[in-house]
Design a protein. Structure first.
Length: 252
């Protein structure tokens, strides 16, 4: 009888372990698939994720190799890359109506702030997000809100981000931006969707990147750089873009 009970307990433990592994691999694959399919649909740029690992038991996890591409017309290799990000969530919320994420930490993302005649690449991606989530009627907006998974992010930290600021086809200086720290996102009963979270975070990144690039290129902002050194006068495309960049930084 004891032998039967012992083998029964072993079988139950094996089932629990196999079940946890199945949830783990399903969860990781579902997140990667969602990022790489929903991301481009909303932002209208390439979005790639090398890997994701989340423990359904402890709620801890990490994401590796996140790449957000550039809109059409911009030449830098990417808008944002994140080699490593860590997160911690409430495991019980995985099956609930609202996903509770205790913390997200993006470590040392690499950001390209590229300015062209049509504006900058980060603002263009943000515009794309606003357009694809706006809806054309109150009913469509309500439908989108219902379809998006409710989330709550207690603490969102971006640390050690480096910004490469410059003109399309010209490049520019590299500066480090101050940490971005957001708290209580989606803390209310309505929560926050992934798209809303992306817009909030990207808006902060864009604003800090412009401010930091303006500081790093202060000579340019003061008009101390000869426009002709960048390939022509102010009437050609590079000159016009550079003059626009000067105007941006003069307003900061």
């Amino acid at each position: 009888m004891k032998k039967i009970l012992r083998w029964g307990l072993i079988a139950i433990l094996l089932l629990i372990v196999l079940g946890a592994l199945a949830v783990h691999f399903f969860l990781d694959g579902a997140i990667k698939h969602g990022v790489e399919t929903k991301g481009p649909e909303l932002a209208r740029v390439d979005v790639k994720l090398e890997g994701v690992h989340i423990s359904p038991l402890s709620g801890s996890g990490n994401l590796k190799g996140l790449l957000i591409g550039n809109p059409e017309g911009y030449k830098s290799p990417h808008a944002i890359t994140v080699s490593n990000a860590s997160l911690a969530l409430k495991p019980a919320s995985l099956l609930g109506d609202k996903l509770i994420i205790h913390s997200i930490n993006l470590q040392a993302p690499d950001i390209n702030l590229e300015i062209g005649l049509g504006g900058n690449n980060l603002s263009k991606i943000l515009d794309n997000l606003n357009q694809t989530t706006a809806g054309s009627s109150p009913n469509e907006k309500e439908k989108e809100k219902k379809e998006g998974r409710k989330m709550q992010v207690d603490d969102f930290l971006i640390s050690g981000a480096k910004v490469h600021g410059g003109l399309t086809g010209v490049g520019g200086a590299a500066v480090t931006i101050p940490d971005i720290h957001l708290t209580g996102l989606g803390a209310g009963p309505e929560g926050i969707t992934a798209a809303e979270l992306a817009k909030r975070v990207l808006s902060e990144i864009r604003d800090k990147a412009i401010a930091a690039a303006g500081s790093g290129l202060n000579d340019l902002g003061k008009g101390a750089v000869d426009l002709k050194n960048f390939g022509g006068d102010t009437n050609n495309s590079t000159g016009k873009a550079l003059k626009g960049l000067q105007d941006v930084f003069k307003k900061k």
